[in-house]
Design a protein around this ligand. Structure first.
Ligand SMILES: [Zn+2]
Ligand SMILES: [Zn+2]
Length: 311
């Protein structure tokens, strides 16, 4: 697997809030990495949207769910079965073990999935691993933390290349925002400088990248720090679920390279947005400024805004 976002691509499979419209499906975003695809939310008919994209079911390895509202999860049971079918077919054709599917989400997601799979008598041909992000037990009796208190941060995934952390947003039901960080990359090797110093391309370049000094044919010692630049900081993608207050994520989302934020309503409908636990475009913009995001992508539009794009 590639260790960073280079070549990564986001596909918005659904950008409508609540219910689909003729021009938009309900929430789902796909993040295509080098050799796998992650989904964020899986509204009804996400399968149809995937069929219209170039993404392959068999490549989906992880689905992160923000919250249990139907417009974010009603597509899960069918898609799980479709991924299972694609995985087993792939394994039959090319051999190798069947890759598991991981689903990460709030409490309740496990029962929702297992009930759907069990009662529809579906048989899965792949391991399905469901992880619920649960509030740690509190000494004072276990009630959830007030929004103003320090909220817990979960590490939802970490493979040394990517780290996904989650925290809670304000919405009528428990709802997560996910922050996906790629690890810092080592500095680039300056090949031109190597040649100038008498070291043509060869296996010594790999040794330098691995932190070893090398000696040229004429006896000159080249140290890694002579030809390798400073480490490049990893990039940050932030995907927030439904929210009328994202302030709990300010420090976690700081410096986001791309921020995906809901924008159910236009700015003048702020009272309705707050009442329903959602954001306006202006609220999303304010949060983006607060975290110094380099790019803000709005989604989850009320279907009163028809729009001209089909996603
Ligand atoms: Zn929603
Ligand atoms: Zn919601």
């Amino acid at each position: 697997m590639k260790s960073n976002f280079s070549g990564a691509e986001l596909t918005f499979l659904g950008t409508s809030s609540g219910a689909p419209s003729f021009t938009r499906n309900v929430s789902s975003v796909a993040l295509r990495l080098e050799n796998e695809v992650w989904l964020f939310d899986c509204g009804e008919a996400t399968q149809h949207q995937l069929m219209r994209s170039k993404l392959k079911y068999a490549k989906i390895t992880r689905i992160f769910i923000t919250h249990m509202h139907g417009d974010h999860i009603f597509g899960l049971p069918g898609l799980i079965c479709a991924i299972s079918g694609a995985r087993t077919a792939h394994s039959r054709s090319y051999g190798g073990s069947v890759v598991p599917l991981h689903i990460i989400g709030p409490p309740g997601i496990r029962q929702f999935i297992y009930s759907s799979i069990t009662w529809s008598r579906s048989v899965l041909g792949m391991p399905l691993i469901v992880t619920e992000l649960r509030q740690p037990a509190r000494a004072s009796g276990g009630s959830p933390a007030a929004h103003t208190e320090q909220l817990p941060i979960w590490t939802a995934y970490n493979d040394g290349n990517f780290c996904v952390r989650a925290s809670v947003l304000r919405h009528p039901v428990p709802c997560f925002g996910y922050v996906i960080d790629e690890c810092d990359a080592s500095g680039r090797l300056d090949a031109e400088k190597c040649v100038e110093m008498g070291l043509p391309p060869g296996r010594e370049y790999a040794m330098l990248k691995a932190g070893q000094s090398v000696t040229t044919k004429d006896g000159r010692v080249i140290r890694p720090e002579d030809v390798i630049g400073t480490p490049r900081p990893g990039r940050r993608l932030v995907h927030l679920g439904d929210t009328c207050d994202s302030s709990s994520m300010v420090s976690l989302a700081q410096g986001a390279d791309s921020l995906i934020h809901e924008s159910t309503f236009e700015a003048k409908k702020v009272s309705e947005a707050l009442y329903k636990g959602h954001s306006t475009a202006r609220m999303a913009g304010k949060f983006a400024a607060q975290v110094n995001a380099r790019a803000l992508i709005l989604t989850h539009f009320s279907n009163r805004y028809a729009g001209g794009l089909s996603a």
